[in-house]
Design a protein around this ligand. Structure first.
Ligand code: DQA
Length: 147
């Protein structure tokens, strides 16, 4: 069974009450539940990780080869715009990675319009709220079943 690691970056543990006009009211646990349902239908194993700490996210990505993860779905949150370390980690493990955002980062403040992570990813899904994660899972299933 192929295995996906879903990484939620800083403050995504606050989804549900965090700026609901931008991020919606769906909680991280509800997003995880929705993804699990789809993953089970696709015959994919799924693991979740959330951290507010850049180094912990880097460490987790570094464990991906030994954990036999086939694909990463990551919402790097604010680290999207600042973290060369996370990009380097993704490049180092060279596991296919999909970047996800709830909001459309290109329609927001200038500081959010650049992703340092995107060049290390296969593609990016941005702007569909909680459904962005489902779209990422469908893209992941397509990639994994193709391979
Ligand atoms: C976000 C967008 C980022 O700019 C922001 O820092 C987040 C969430 C999104 O999912 O829309 O924390 O990654």
């Amino acid at each position: 069974m192929p295995k996906i690691l879903v990484i939620h970056g800083p403050n995504l543990d606050l989804l549900g009450t965090r700026e609901p006009d931008i991020y919606g009211t769906t909680t991280m646990a509800e997003i995880n539940e929705m993804m699990l349902e789809k993953a089970q239908k696709e015959g994919i194993e799924i693991e979740y990780f959330q951290s507010n700490h850049e180094g912990k996210i880097v460490d987790k990505i570094g464990e991906v080869p030994s954990e036999k993860v086939d694909l990463i779905i990551i919402n790097p949150a604010a680290y999207t715009h600042t973290s060369l370390a996370i990009r380097d980690a993704i490049q180092a493990v060279s596991v296919p990675t999909i970047e996800v955002h709830l909001s459309n980062i290109y329609a927001r403040e200038e500081v959010r319009q650049q992703s340092l992570i995107a060049p290390a990813c296969i593609g990016q899904i941005s702007g569909f709220g909680a459904y962005s994660y489902i779209l990422a899972l469908l893209a992941a299933a397509n990639l994994l079943n193709r391979g």
